[in-house]
Design a protein around this ligand. Structure first.
Ligand code: OOB
Length: 556
């Protein structure tokens, strides 16, 4: 496979990529969905077509496509000089700034695979991802939101057995710690790299995750580019589009629905904001004349409320606001358009593939109450019961799907593949949905116990494991309970190892944070109980625990 000596051995059951069945792949090619282009081809085409058009704007920089192309060339060469070779994985943990775009496209040009980490990831997630991807480098920033990312990255590099370089982007001269490579020094003489195969894996995206740490999702140039091109058609992305990455740029939603890549494919402009707070993001909308953005529901609420109260910023350039990642309450959906003066588009998607949009010619009632329909006529969706049989039309059930941009398996994870895919390769989304008469999807909830906290996914199992590591905790269960702002909030129930000396709830939350978990996974509420309620068969009843919380809240 690779010349790297530290690369873990790969067995057949731990395949890095599960191909589509031959006849489907053939159909997707014949129909022109898989167009045989790479992301580097796309950038080169846009550079050739619109060299002087603004490609990227952030708080401090503004680059044309020609500028971006030059920076991508230099960085790709610099990374190659550092020893990064095609096919190797490189983790990226960068905030929303121009160099994020440069780094992603430099890796594409070089043929190395970005692994898209989020700025909120901490040692638990990054170490697991470094191991599972066998990444040869981690690109990060010295500091973001008062957190020392460079030290975190060096710790992660020290915790993995293989060699991993830490590359740090810093605006200050003293920002590069010993042992790290200065991002700014990675400027090599431009050279030609072998073109990647369009059918090969372009990058590893991360799953929202329902069990353990995030799973790695291998996406090919062919399949992902199709999803971007199709998103552009539906969302009407043109060379005049200015897309604002307000959510973390590495997430699938701002990346490709239609997102950053949609803007680059269309020859439009990508604007990035370090913070999605209205006071910062609205300033960027005004400055860059942003036309389109994507928000999770809690942010959509914050922006809507801010606009309703009146803002001094001129946000009149906004044409389209996409809302997705978690269920957008109907009441909020109805307020977005009047408040922000931009049309609402709901999006229900997943990093594994399937993306659904409401359409611009849908009646308002559909746009505000449904999550739209699959974007491709080649998407196949079924709603099934727990035995895998189709439910009657219009009934609620489990959504399963296959199609031209939905993966057939995770990266080197046979266990997860067995759980998340049917025997014939359909992806089990874990979502409980129903279809209306017109074929629109309404998301009703989750079958699998991951908690959707305002678009950020929390695996109950992952947090429970961390809680169990505390010596004063005998058992732990994490559940989600409805929250008016976040959709769901996380509540941890724990049993004390010594009932006479129960742990303090503040101590437990601090413990989880210090174990190196992303902050959004720290339980919002911790409750110590004497025993857990049980179901008829003696399992801990998550349902009763949820009820307990609701009852407590009502009595409070
Ligand atoms: C997006 O991707 P992920 O991978 O972080 O999370 C996927 C899960 C879905 O399976 C579903 O449970 C939930 O997030 N979800 C929604 C939703 N959009 C996503 N639940 C209800 N309503 C919605 N509109 O979150 C993602 C990827 C691409 C585009 C948009 C979102």
């Amino acid at each position: 496979m690779s010349s790297m000596t530290t690369e873990p051995e790969m067995s057949d059951t731990e395949a890095s990529f599960t191909p589509w069945p031959a006849e489907l792949a053939e159909r997707y090619r014949r129909e022109g969905l898989w167009a045989g282009r790479t992301f580097d081809d796309v950038l080169r085409d846009t550079v050739a077509a619109r060299p002087e058009h603004t490609a990227v704007v952030d708080a401090h920089r503004q680059w044309t496509y020609r500028d971006l192309d030059g920076k991508v060339d230099a960085l790709a060469a610099g990374l190659a000089d550092l020893g990064v070779t095609p096919g190797q994985r490189v983790m990226i943990q960068l905030p929303n700034r121009a160099e994020y775009i440069q780094t992603v496209f430099a890796l594409f040009r070089l043929g190395a695979l970005p692994v898209f980490c989020l700025p909120a990831h901490r040692s638990a997630e990054l170490t697991a991802l470094a191991k599972s991807s066998a990444a040869v480098a981690l690109v990060t920033v010295d500091e973001h939101e008062k957190f020392d990312h460079a030290s975190l990255a060096l710790d992660v590099a020290g915790a993995v057995e293989h060699d991993m370089q830490v590359i740090v982007l810093s605006d200050s001269a003293g920002g590069i710690p010993d042992g790290a490579v200065d991002f700014g020094s990675l400027r090599g003489a431009p050279r030609e790299f072998a073109r990647a195969e369009p059918s090969s894996v372009a990058f590893l995206q991360l799953s929202g995750g329902s069990t353990g740490v995030p799973k790695l999702i291998p996406r090919t140039h062919d399949d992902y580019l199709y999803s971007v091109v199709r998103s552009n058609e539906i969302c009407e992305v043109t060379p005049d589009t200015v897309y604002l990455a307000a959510l973390p740029a590495a997430h699938n939603f701002p990346m490709s629905s239609p997102g950053i890549l949609g803007a680059v494919v269309a020859g439009g402009t990508v604007a990035l904001t370090l913070s999605p707070a209205p006071s910062v993001a609205f300033a960027m909308i005004e400055k860059a004349r942003v036309t389109m953005t994507g928000l999770v529901p809690p942010l959509a609420r914050l922006w809507t409320e801010t606009a309703e109260q009146g803002t001094d910023f001129d946000v009149s350039s906004l044409v389209t606001v996409l809302v997705g990642g978690a269920r957008c309450p109907d009441e909020l959906a109805a307020r977005v358009e009047p408040a922000l003066g931009a049309r609402l588009q709901q999006v229900f998607g997943m990093a594994e593939g399937l993306v659904c949009y409401t359409r611009f010619d849908d009646p308002m009632g559909i746009v505000t109450t449904t999550q739209g329909r699959p974007m491709s006529p080649f998407d196949e969706v079924r709603v099934v019961d727990d035995h895998g049989d189709d439910v009657p039309a219009g009934a609620e059930g489990n959504l399963i799907t296959q199609g031209p941009y939905t993966i057939r398996g995770y990266y080197r994870n046979a266990g997860a593949n067995a759980r998340s895919f049917t025997a014939d390769g359909w992806y089990r989304t874990g979502d409980v949905v129903r279809f209306d008469d017109a074929g629109n999807i309404i998301v009703c909830g989750r079958a699998v116990d991951h908690i959707n906290r305002g678009g950020e996914k929390v695996s109950a199992e992952e947090v429970e494991e961390q809680l169990l590591a505390h010596p004063a905790v005998r058992d732990a269960v994490v559940v989600g309970v409805p929250d008016p702002y976040l959709g769901n909030r996380t509540c941890a129930f724990v049993l004390a190892a010594d009932p006479a000396a129960p742990p303090r709830t503040g101590t437990i939350r601090k413990f989880v944070r210090e174990r190196g978990l992303a902050a959004w996974k720290v339980p919002d509420v911790v409750t110590v109980l004497d025993e857990f309620p049980e179901t008829g068969v003696g399992k801990t009843s998550r349902k009763d625990l949820r009820t307990l919380l609701t009852a407590n809240a009502e009595n409070a």
